[in-house]
Design a protein around this ligand. Structure first.
Ligand code: ARG
Length: 457
């Protein structure tokens, strides 16, 4: 067995060091990008006059065979394969013979891995977008069916003002719009090609880097070869976007856990999205939501882990950079579970309108009562105080806010008149809020349409 870099070494690598050094255990999932990058590089070498037409063809055919072996899981790893790059080259050379050794001309694993990883992250961004679109569609479908279903709205988790289920659910839709925008930005940030940077100083062969970028679908080429091989901002960007998305789903989970509790009972999770207890026969637990909330911790951990790895590094390549891949793969795999699971959970979620209605108590209308006085000409600050007195009186009398009769109201303020009964309705409280983003049926309908517009790809 020999290493591809073994020429100057008199001794074999210690076996533990080999294990420690190797990244093949996780970076073989870059095989497709590695081979795509290598094919572009072979074409670049051809144009630069380093490979002949027939050598290039041989190399590309060989690389496609290696790609296929990986794709059908028949690729056999050798004990000395250190990472995906050395494994692909080793196998290529077995297939095509000595000419395989020409592929690495003017290239380093440093610009190679930076290129592969960018290609991978760009593809990952597209995939997460697809999962997100599906989740957004699930939310829209549910919101549309229950757009005007009244429920109490909360601040500080205390009853605040009436809202509707559609309004509430869409409040968790818009963060996903921002997540998708962030992923677009990551995709763009990753679209700078480092290939041609060599180990650090730039390749010594007349490679047309712009042509490489065009072939590989990059938008531009890196302008400094040392930065080219060490820039992992795009990986951190991906992890930040993942952490934010995880955090958004965690917040949604938390609220649904609360809403599915016996105390709230606003929703019931479908059996297929909940789990039981090994001890307590009556239990139906929201494990899916709890895991989603829990996994946001590891998404945040992946981000802080990579940032910590990067923060002390000089420019150019250092082996620390090999630590960039696992957190990104883990974030991607985690999102690949939490996003589709949430979509399914929303699609199967059952609502319990009667439980929401039972919580629509009159004090939710206190603001509307103050607004009524304002419309009668009272300054809002004064109206706030007057309604505060009405609330206190209702409490003292042990009746609901809406049960305080006109004479009592008038004993507090002469601004109260017969028409006050009209404000004591959930329906009018909802309808009165018609600005963009608010809770009236018309505003909600507009919001839903806007949400639909933002969901296309
Ligand atoms: N496996 C390495 C990584 O992921 C590839 C680059 C190795 N470069 C080197 N100079 N040892 O970073």
């Amino acid at each position: 067995m020999s290493k591809l870099w073994g020429g100057r070494f008199a001794k074999q690598t210690d076996s533990l060091v080999h294990q420690f050094n190797a990244s093949i255990g996780f970076d073989s999932r870059l095989y497709d990008e590695d081979i795509t990058g290598s094919i572009a590089w072979a074409n670049g070498l051809l144009k630069a006059g380093i490979l002949t037409e027939s050598e290039t063809e041989t190399i590309i055919t060989g690389l496609e065979q290696v790609r296929n072996e990986f794709a059908i899981s028949s690729f056999e790893f050798a004990p000395d394969d250190e990472d995906v790059h050395t494994a692909v080259e080793r196998r290529l050379t077995e297939i095509v013979g000595e000419v395989g050794g020409k592929l690495h001309t003017g290239r380093s694993r440093n610009d190679q891995v930076a290129t592969d990883f960018r290609l991978w992250v760009r593809r990952a961004c597209n995939e997460v977008q697809t999962w997100l679109v599906d989740l957004q569609q699930a939310m829209i479908a549910n919101a549309e069916t229950n757009l005007n279903l009244p429920m109490p709205g909360y601040t500080h988790l205390q009853h605040a003002q009436p809202i509707t289920w559609g309004h509430w659910l869409l409040s968790h839709f818009w963060p996903l719009v921002r997540d998708r925008k962030r992923l677009e930005q990551v995709h763009a940030q990753a679209g700078v090609l480092p290939l041609g940077s060599g180990a650090l100083a730039g390749t010594a062969f007349p490679i047309d880097r712009e042509a490489l970028a065009a072939e590989l679908g990059f938008d531009e080429i890196s302008q400094n070869s040392l930065d080219g091989v060490s820039d992992r901002d795009f990986a951190a960007d991906f992890l930040y976007a993942s952490a934010m998305l995880g955090l958004h789903l965690s917040r949604l989970s938390e609220q649904l856990i609360l809403f599915s509790s016996s105390e709230f009972g606003f929703v019931r999770l479908d059996d297929s999205y909940s789990t039981g207890s090994s001890l307590m026969p009556q239990k139906k637990n929201p494990d899916t939501l709890e895991l989603t909330r829990g996994k946001s911790g590891r998404l945040i951990g992946n981000l802080t882990g990579l940032l910590t790895t990067l923060k002390g590094l000089p420019s150019s390549y250092d082996k620390d950079l090999q630590e960039d891949k696992e957190p990104v793969f883990d974030a991607f795999d985690t999102l690949g579970m939490v996003v589709p699971v949430m979509a399914g959970l929303i699609r199967t979620l059952q609502l319990r309108p009667e439980r929401m209605a039972a919580q629509l108590e009159p004090s939710l209308l206190a603001t509307d009562l103050a607004d009524y006085l304002v419309k009668k000409g009272m300054p809002f600050r004064q109206a706030h105080g007057v309604v505060g007195q009405v609330v206190a009186l209702a409490e003292e009398m042990g009746v609901a806010l809406t049960a305080v009769t006109l004479p009592y109201l008038q004993s507090i303020s002469s601004y109260f008149e017969e028409d006050v009964t009209a404000v004591f309705q959930i329906k009018s409280a909802l309808e009165n809020r018609s600005v963009t983003g608010a809770t009236s049926p018309k505003a909600l309908n507009d919001q839903l349409n806007e949400a639909k517009k933002r969901t296309g790809r």
